[in-house]
Design a protein around this ligand. Sequence first.
Ligand SMILES: NC(=O)c1ccc[n+]([C@@H]2O[C@H](COP(=O)([O-])OP(=O)(O)OC[C@H]3O[C@@H](n4cnc5c(N)ncnc54)[C@H](OP(=O)(O)O)[C@@H]3O)[C@@H](O)[C@H]2O)c1
Length: 324
Amino acid sequence: MDTRELGTVADVGIVGFGAWQIGSAWGEVSEADALNALNTAVEEGVTFVDTADVYGDGRSERLVGRLLKDHPHLTVATKMGRRMAQDPAHYNSGNFRAWNDDSRRNLGVDTVDLVQLHCPPSAVIDTDAVFDDLDAMVSEGRMRAYGVSVETCDQALAAIARPNVASVQIILNAFRHKPLERVLPAAKASGTGIIVRVPLASGLLSGKYTAASRFGEDDHRNFNRQGEAFDKGETFSGVDFETGLEAVERLRPLVPEGATLAQFALRWILDQDGVSVVIPGARNGDQARANAAAARLAPLDAKTHEQVREVYDELIRPQVHHLW
Ligand SMILES: NC(=O)c1ccc[n+]([C@@H]2O[C@H](COP(=O)([O-])OP(=O)(O)OC[C@H]3O[C@@H](n4cnc5c(N)ncnc54)[C@H](OP(=O)(O)O)[C@@H]3O)[C@@H](O)[C@H]2O)c1
């Protein structure tokens, strides 16, 4: 698999693995399926895994830790900061160290490759003391580098402006174009890595759902459609389900022969200048294999990019562009 520099963290395969599915909030994923998904991804050349302390209350981190034992060459990013209410007062050195101790135990490492603040309030990104603490934790050997996972482009720009932020994680996909305007150019100029999450708009961009599709009670695509549990933008990328289905039908004819719509959607992201790694989530080995194979697709041509832009402008932009 081709690699790109992820800030100062490491060179990583351009398609990584998002490990939220193997933690919680996506319906039942058995341990066997989870381990199969992880191992298949690695067999197919994936070298970067994104997890978080809260995914299944450590389940995702522990599974990734088991993978790491057999494949110590992998680069693993975790996140911290959502074990408590999103109150800036909770982002303090004591909590940081306690959360980091849990992650290191779960992952089975002394030093985590990358620790990301997990979508903190803007006030946290604007607080110097937070970054002094994170710098100290790097010096203590608790982590090699740190980054920030953000909701909005303004938060991304504030994080990029911090000198030692190695990476920013943000939503960017065929249904979310705003980061192309200022975030990607700023990250490129400063050498900040860009980790792209929700690349398939929670599966919408796989093209496999219909108006009749239903999601389980323990699946955020059921319980968070209006942002009831966390930011609405994390579910279907903030796009109304029916509008998403309509847009998908407009994208389907653009898919190159031999590729799937999901692979096309991943390639569209990889074509954007400034992206380091895309992290599709997978619930089984088949999905992990298909996603990794997107790294082998040729870049899309300019006309195709223009057509994706038209679909976005006509159907999606009015719903989401002003929000994040
Ligand atoms: N705040 C944060 O920092 C944050 C928030 C969200 C996500 N993330 C990270 O980003 C990762 C990716 O985002 P995401 O998981 O939210 O959304 P996503 O990658 O856009 O969508 C994942 C879903 O797409 C479907 N899918 C995946 N591969 C497929 C394939 N090859 N063919 C058909 N369908 C496929 C699956 O749906 P089914 O389940 O229906 O099969 C899967 O659950 C997460 O795992 C997590 O690591 C971070």
